[in-house]
Write a protein that binds this ligand. Structure first.
Ligand code: ADP
Ligand code: MG
Length: 747
């Protein structure tokens, strides 16, 4: 019989009903999809499943022993209820069947063992499997084809399954698929030979000591022992990393074929003038990264670089110096910020850094200088027209703005560099729109800055087509921040003490942020500030409006309390920030600013020493870290208090303890990512579609990602179109049609 293709419909190996259930319930359409539907667990028939580990709501398959079975008549209705209790030797769980008294007779006799599948529910304190399906370990001499099939192997695979399609049915279909694709069980192609289905080139397989595709699939689907499972999974995990890295290597290759204008350093230019008047010394990391970027800008291919650096590490200065190099070379640079507040702030920061150099062409400005232009959604038509003209004529060398920069009406004279701040808030469309702004088929250089530390392998996977620069270390003179968890439910006095500390800080001339998860003027509060809430609401959550009133009336009546949140007008937000930054003796100054996460990124008030985060458990780890980065920026030490009503020993409290334990953003990012489901990180859960990653976990499997990246890069360099590797090409096409590619695009 001719081998079946991986791309054949699954109906080739499964009956109509099963094929439909595979498609509808598990999105398995082809034989290949089925073979890549790997077991979630394995059951060893010598060992019963630990019933204590079952979670209510999960669809579970357990191997257990019948301890009792009984049938009674229902009282309210006609018919019978059969209740079967099964055990793992310790715990018990009950199965309930309606009007199927015949079942308990012989099949479910006490002492028999079988596989039971159903959705776990809790009913009056005991756990049940609802709508159970089962298959029993056949008794000697019994004719039971299904039981024979399910228990034919020494180790029974347990597949992710659905109510309509129990694991043992999937097992059967998989077994048929294996035999159909590799008839005769010939699973060992000669080492140098190739299996037309194997996406891994034989040389890669050999170098890394990996099983062949067919062997790996047999090893995970029909393992003779535990060791085989390991070996099979190792190979398949590598393959996942390899496929993804091959896609990224192809993209990198493709980018090298794109053209950009080289923007060379120029002696005696604006950058030199800037460095000469700069009163601070670049940190070693800033110099190193600055050099990397500078070299990139001198290439005739567009730079695609991700600049990572913790909050306060000094990315802005690095970006500014890159922009000046481009201006020196006759080009323009655009700096994109995710919000209006941040754009305003960047403008002020750049103005402060540049001084007279930002007033090129103006009276009193330096004749070496350039002009800064600013574009935002809330400008008057007149101002906007002026700015647009300066951008179109090339008079403005540096343009700062929000999304408004990306509108079609914005025409640049010669856009050479785009700097995107906080890229996680920017979508693919925006980046694509900018890429087309350089004209003449040329692309601008792109620098993406992020303060969300991304562990190396995640960066390689998510942003694998970008080069990565990391600013490690901070400029001198930053204070250290002490962080404490405050749990008023356990220690009511601690909250009083917290407000007392706030008063002391203010008395010493310092400023305080109080952060709340909500605004509080209506139910649907989220607006532009996504609060990253992690758990369902269990008590009323602190809101800016209420807390502001409460603080000024009750807890801090002696202090000047203001507020800021995303939905306020840009002017009002700015005003609030300005008043907080004002010196203590300014009659207009604020002491305390109650805020939402609108202050999360970029806001710079050097005298802010203290932050009180209310209902801190409502924020994610990275978000708390970002928030905390707003204080102790002026050289003095800071204090961060995480107030929570969450119970001790809950995941929420553990997150807070982690944040309190370290200020290393990279360490926290790891904790954060490890705590979340992998699919979350990779953004596949939202769409509910399948991802190409089943076994690989990019954080845990760092080594695999690194090895696969090298291997894939080499293969692609040798043969960019992969014309010698049709199976790999087909595999990559599959990945690209998967969710994965959407997610890759977002990089
Ligand atoms: P990031 O954007 O990475 O969070 P910033 O660029 O806002 O960090 O820098 C944080 C603060 O450190 C700013 O006030 C900035 O002026 C200052 N700074 C940056 N580089 C240096 C340096 N080399 N020496 C001293 N201060 C610096
Ligand atoms: Mg910044």
């Amino acid at each position: 019989m001719a081998p079946v293709e991986m791309s054949a419909p699954v109906s080739v190996v499964a009956g109509g009903k099963t094929a439909k259930a595979l498609r509808d319930g598990l999105q398995i359409v082809t034989v290949g999809d089925l073979l890549r539907h790997y077991p979630r667990r394995y059951i060893d028939p010598g060992e019963l499943t630990d019933l204590a580990s079952l979670q209510v709501g999960e669809h579970a398959t357990v191997f257990a022993e019948v301890v009792s079975a009984g049938t009674r008549r229902m009282q309210q209705r006609k018919g019978t209820v059969t209740e079967v209790v099964v055990s793992d030797g310790r715990g018990r769980i009950s199965l309930v069947f309606f009007n199927q008294a015949w079942r308990s007779e012989s099949q479910l006799r006490t002492g028999r063992r079988g596989l039971f599948a159903g959705t776990v529910s809790a009913y009056g304190g005991t756990r049940q499997l609802a709508h159970p399906r089962f298959v029993m370990l056949p008794d000697a001499g019994e004719a039971d084809a299904e039981g024979e099939a399910a228990f034919a192997d020494l180790i029974i695979p347990v597949y992710p399954s659905t109510a309509g399609l129990p694991s043992w049915r999937i097992q059967q279909a998989v077994r048929l698929a294996l035999d159909a694709v590799w008839p005769g069980g010939s699973t060992e192609p000669p080492l140098s030979g190739s299996d037309a289905n194997d996406p891994l080139p034989p040389a890669v397989r050999m170098r890394h000591g990996l099983l062949s595709f067919a062997d790996a699939l047999r090893a995970v689907h029909r393992p003779p022992d535990r060791e085989s499972i390991e070996l099979g999974q190792r190979r398949l995990r590598f393959e996942e990393a390899f496929g993804l890295q091959a896609v990224l290597a192809q993209r990198r290759h493709e980018m090298r074929t794109q053209a950009a204008q080289a923007r060379e350093r120029r002696a005696g230019g604006l950058l030199e003038a800037f460095d000469a008047r700069l009163h601070l010394q670049l940190t070693p990391a800033q110099s190193r990264v600055g050099e990397e970027i500078s070299v990139d800008l001198e290439q005739t291919h567009p730079m695609h670089r991700l600049l990572q650096g913790d909050v306060g590490s000094g990315k802005t200065l690095v970006a500014l110096r890159a922009m000046l190099q481009v201006v020196d070379a006759g080009g323009q640079a655009a700096l994109l910020a995710p919000t209006e507040v941040l754009a305003q702030q960047h403008l002020r920061t750049l103005q402060a850094f540049l001084g007279p150099l930002a007033e090129g062409g103006l009276l009193g400005g330096d004749d070496q200088g350039t002009r800064l232009a600013f574009l935002s959604g809330s400008q008057t038509a007149k101002v906007r027209r002026e700015e647009l003209a300066a951008i179109a004529s090339g008079e403005a060398g540096i343009v700062v703005g929000t999304h408004a920069l990306l509108e079609d009406t914005v025409e640049f004279a010669d856009l050479g560099l785009v700097v995107v701040d906080e890229q996680h808030r920017f979508g693919v469309e925006q980046r694509a729109a900018l890429a087309e702004r350089a004209g003449d088929g040329l692309r601008p250089h792109v620098l993406v800055m992020t303060a969300t530390p991304i562990p190396r392998t995640v960066a390689m996977t998510v942003f694998g087509d970008l080069d990565v620069s990391v600013i490690d270390g901070y400029p001198p003179g930053r204070g250290t921040i002490a962080t404490h968890v405050v749990a008023p439910r356990e220690h009511p006095a601690h909250l009083t003490r917290a407000w007392q500390r706030v008063r002391e800080e203010v008395a010493a001339g310092r400023k305080v942020f109080v952060v709340c998860p909500r605004i509080g003027d209506d139910g649907a509060d989220l607006g532009d500030e996504d609060i990253g809430s992690v758990e369902p609401e269990t008590h009323p959550v602190s809101a800016v409006l209420d807390v502001t009133a409460e603080l000024s009336e009750r807890f801090l009546p002696d202090l000047r309390v203001g507020m800021v949140y995303g939905r306020m007008s840009a002017d009002n937000k700015d005003e609030a920030m300005r008043r907080l930054a004002a010196p203590h003796d300014d009659p207009d100054a604020l002491d305390v600013l109650v805020a939402t996460t609108v202050i999360e990124v970029g806001v710079d008030v050097p005298s802010a020493s203290t932050m009180v985060v209310l209902d801190a458990d409502r924020f994610g780890i990275s978000q708390l870290h970002q928030l905390r980065g707003r204080i102790a920026r002026g050289g003095e030490d800071g204090l961060c208090l995480l107030v929570t009503a969450a119970d001790p020993d809950t995941p929420a409290r553990e997150r807070l303890s982690a944040v309190a334990a370290t200020t290393d953003g990279f360490a926290l990012a790891r904790v954060d990512l490890q705590a979340r489901r992998e699919g979350d990180i990779l953004g596949t859960l939202q769409s509910g579609r399948r991802s190409s990653l089943r076994l690989l976990e990019v954080i845990r499997d760092e080594d695999v990602v690194l090895e696969a990246r090298d291997a894939a890069t080499q293969i692609v360099e040798d043969d960019p179109r992969l014309s010698r590797w049709p199976a790999l090409r087909a595999h990559i096409a599959d990945i690209a049609s998967d969710d994965r590619s959407d997610f890759l695009e977002k990089g």
